[in-house]
Design a protein around this ligand. Structure first.
Ligand SMILES: [Zn+2]
Length: 852
């Protein structure tokens, strides 16, 4: 990074410690504060430059040298563009130690960033919580600071709070004293040396579970009163994760306590503040007896992800925001390892494949980006919080781990952390540590993967007694450019699996004609595979003997080939028809994802034919699974039942399935004991047969549902009600304050992707754009509009493009560019495939009756 970057603070003055006092007024939503920053002045300065935004300075502000001289700050100039404050000193400060004292005021905002407010209502009334979300650069809205990850410091925090409320922060509560006027002064233990984006604190009417000591670390869940019954799962995951990571990293947990806090309003999923990890409620609180396995896994992964960050990210931190991807990708991969160790029976890498497929789809666009890129302004990093960072980044680390071997990989991680304790790093530092431990060309391989967008298509061709693997760039736009990657790939020939590095010029392996060849064995490489001729037929015919992830990849690669125009949708359906006996829910889900697209492309009689095809395909498997959970069933067996109910109800439109779903949904809503995955699947199916009465009940369940998961399921199910006028009413609910801002993307996004009424939602978004965009953070806004990717007629596309031409997103705009290009892919898919699909599913067509 060039030193001339105007967004980087000068290093003439460096902080080592902050003593911060804050007092928020929860009625006027204003706060006042004072901070004493211990500094090292490296060279004589006339002004001190630090970050501040939306803060007013004063009344007092001065610099005190270690000799006790006080130098007044005579002027403050705030630059809103770089979000900096320039403090002019009355005279030059000489090099040496000093303390900067600044008093300031600011707003407790309602935009889910910096120091913000969250509310909840109970029997007593409405309550306000003042809480924080600092990443990436919002600490500067809570107090003046050197708000770059490289300026690590120790933080000593004191909060002045009303009697009767509780306060939490990174450090444990060290003291609490009356402060007069019905207030208390709560002081917290010092933090470890850390970056400003990791500061967190919270004041409100909140409860905490009794601390459970885990490996010497007291762990609690903080929640709004009345939700303590939903905390046990989180504590179990935390206990496992703490033990797992302490062992994996070979370093003790770096803070002294751990609180996991569930907040009613939270923009992201969760945030890795050391000692005080914050979550949205749905990402932490759960009743395992009514949740689906997928919901539990998502929560478990989120908790493990944040705990993984306590070392990787918090203890050792990226120097600047370009390193954000590695921070996030690594925590994503670590969470998979931790959950896989905790619940091997959940087969977490199979579920992860579904997330990875999203990344594949974005990465096949011509507008994809490299995983890492140069970040100049901190705002540039907003584009980095997407599937290419988390899912593609996490996948490349998984691929690397499989190539190096789990233990050598772990040893490299240990070395990297030990070498940089409490420090800051560049991405290459990790590759260097891994290369040193393993002797492999880690830097060369990973540089190609993180600095080039896209991914390879591995073509497998028989040449006599050998098989040649060559690579090209996979893309929806047809043949890609000349980009190539040194690609770690596991290849199985017969019974023997070999780990290879497929270089740009390709590689040849020995394989006689009767040996089965599986490229991407185990499914851990971030590649698409194309088998030529007989090689494909052999893999397809051997599907039952493949590992579940290999079957997943076979179908997922096939659907990607459909999007790329290399395979017909009809041929995809013929392949899908062979999977009626499939036992794994993720394999069904990827198959149904492709079929869901086919459903969008069909109307009238051919659509009836398609529905009958789906019923023939999924019906016997659901019949075999039955509607009632059985003795000895695994969590995944129950999950599969839910997947099949959705297939039969939503795509097959099977009348008996819909009837049973209506009964199950009503029983579940009435509080009867319906198995979680069945209740979750029955809801959207029942919604398709619902009306005004269900609309009212679903809206009420968003507030009254027993768990955050149930609330979320109901808010999403609103989009499945069949009447356009009910969708209008649903959409109107998003502006009257009933639905929390954090939930709008799920609600409006769900309406946008509705097959039949998406245009109703799009009309609403256009009409209310100003209201929506002023309400939401840049990420929530882009999640909300991403649903336009499914509009697949040219008329819709022209309309969407024209709208965003005049309404560009200020931040996270790259994700919108991806969504718009995906829409182009959808339009091309319709133009290419709709007619052929209709012919194949019409009476007498080649797919009629094939599912049976
Ligand atoms: Zn993270």
């Amino acid at each position: 990074m060039s030193e001339s970057n105007r967004y980087r603070l000068p290093k003439t003055v460096v902080p080592s410690r902050y003593d911060l006092v804050l007092e928020a007024d929860l009625e006027t939503f204003a706060f006042e504060g004072a901070v004493d920053v211990t500094l090292i002045i490296g060279e004589a300065v006339d002004e001190i430059v630090l970050n501040a935004d939306e803060l007013a300075f004063g009344p007092a502000c001065w610099l005190e040298t270690s000799a006790g001289d006080r130098i007044e700050v005579t002027g403050v100039w705030l630059d809103p563009e770089t979000e900096r404050a320039h403090l002019s000193l009355a005279r030059t400060a000489s090099p040496g130690d000093a303390t900067l004292h600044v008093e300031f005021t600011g707003p407790v905002n309602d935009r889910l960033r910096g120091f913000y407010r969250s509310t909840y209502t109970d029997d007593i009334g409405e309550h306000t919580i003042a809480t924080t979300q600092m990443q990436p650069t919002d600490a500067r809205r809570a107090f003046p600071c050197w708000d770059e990850p490289e300026f690590k410091a120790v933080f000593g925090l004191t909060l002045v709070i009303p009697e009767g409320l509780r306060a939490f922060a990174n450090g444990a509560k060290a003291s609490s004293e009356p402060a007069g006027s019905g207030k208390r002064r709560v002081t917290f233990a010092d933090t470890m040396p850390m970056s400003t984006y990791l500061i967190a604190f919270c004041v409100g009417r909140l409860d905490a579970t009794e601390p459970v000591i885990m490996g010497g670390v007291p762990v609690r869940v903080v929640h709004v009163p009345g939700k303590g019954n939903l905390t046990s799962f989180a504590l179990e995951v935390a206990e496992h994760s703490l033990r797992f990571f302490t062992d994996y990293y070979g370093i003790p947990y770096p803070e002294k306590k751990m609180d996991l806090a569930a907040l009613p309003d939270f923009a992201a999923g969760a945030m890795e503040n050391p000692g005080f990890i914050t979550f949205r409620e749905a990402a932490l609180l759960v009743d395992p007896s009514t949740a689906t396995q997928a919901e539990q896994l998502r929560i478990g992964e989120t908790i493990a992800h944040e705990i993984a960050h306590m070392w990787f990210g918090d203890l050792v931190t990226m120097r600047w925001w370009n390193g954000t991807w590695l921070n996030e990708a690594f925590a994503t991969f670590m969470a998979l390892l931790a959950m896989d160790a905790w619940k091997p029976e959940w087969k977490v890498f199979e579920s992860f494949a579904l997330d990875r497929s999203e990344a594949f789809e974005v990465d096949a666009l011509s507008s994809t980006r490299s995983i890492e890129y140069e970040v100049i302004a901190p705002a540039d990093v907003e584009d980095m919080f997407d599937v290419l960072t988390y899912e593609k980044g996490g996948s490349t680390l998984w691929m690397l781990e499989q190539y190096l071997g789990p233990e050598p990989f772990r040893d490299g991680i240990r070395k990297y952390l030990a070498d940089h304790l409490y420090g800051n790093t560049e991405t290459a530092d990790l590759w260097d540590a891994l290369a040193e431990v393993t002797g492999e060309p880690v830097g060369r391989v990973m540089d190609a993967w993180i600095w080039q967008g896209g991914h390879p298509l591995i073509s497998v061709v028989r040449q006599g007694d050998q098989v040649a693997l060559s690579q090209s760039r996979f893309g929806h736009e047809g043949a890609g450019d000349g980009t190539r990657w040194p690609t770690p790939l596991r290849v199985r020939v017969g019974e023997c699996t070999e780990s290879l590095l497929v270089e740009p010029e390709g590689v040849v392996v020995e394989a006689s004609a009767d040996e089965l060849v599986v490229a991407n064995a185990g499914g851990s490489s971030f590649v698409r595979v194309h088998y030529e001729g007989e090689l494909f037929g052999a893999v397809r015919d051997a599907a039952a003997r493949l590992a579940p992830l290999e079957r997943y990849v076979l179908l997922d690669d096939a659907w990607a080939a459909v999007l790329a125009g290399a395979l017909g949708a009809v041929e995809f359906c013929e392949l899908a028809a062979r999977f009626g006996n499939e036992n794994e829910s993720p394999v069904w889900k990827t198959l149904l994802g492709g079929l869901g697209w086919c459903d969008r492309l069909l109307d009238g009689e051919p659509r009836d034919g398609f529905r009958s095809f789906v019923r023939d395909l999924a019906g016997p498997r659901l019949e075999a699974a039955g509607w009632e959970p059985r003795e000895g069933e695994s969590d995944l067996d129950r999950e599969l039942r839910g997947t099949l109910v959705r297939a039969m109800g939503l795509l097959g439109r099977d009348a008996p399935t819909i009837d049973r779903a209506v009964v199950a949904e009503r029983a579940s809503r009435a509080g009867e004991d319906i198995d979680g995955p069945l209740a979750a699947a029955a809801l959207p199916v029942a919604a398709t047969a619902g009306g005004k009465e269900e609309w009212e009940a679903f809206v009420a369940m968003y507030r009254d549902g027993a768990t955050p998961q149930q609330q979320r399921r109901y808010v999403q199910a609103l989009a499945s009600l069949p009447q356009p006028e009910l969708m209008q009413r649903t959409l109107a609910k998003t502006l009257d304050g009933y639905v929390r801002g954090q939930d709008l993307p799920f609600l409006i996004g769900g309406c946008l992707t509705s097959r039949d009424h998406g245009s109703v939602a799009w009309g609403f978004v256009k009409e209310n754009w100003d209201a929506l965009s002023s309400k939401l953070t840049p990420h929530l806004l882009v999640y909300l509009v991403e649903g336009v990717r499914v509009f697949s007629t040219q008329v819709q596309r022209d309309d969407v493009l024209a709208f965003f031409e005049t309404h560009p997103l200020e931040r996270a705009g790259k994700m919108l560019v991806h969504a718009l290009e995906r829409q182009g892919v959808a339009v091309a898919l319709r133009e290419r495939e709709a007619g052929k699909l209709a012919a194949a599913f019409a009476a007498g067509g080649r797919l009629r009756g094939l599912g049976s």
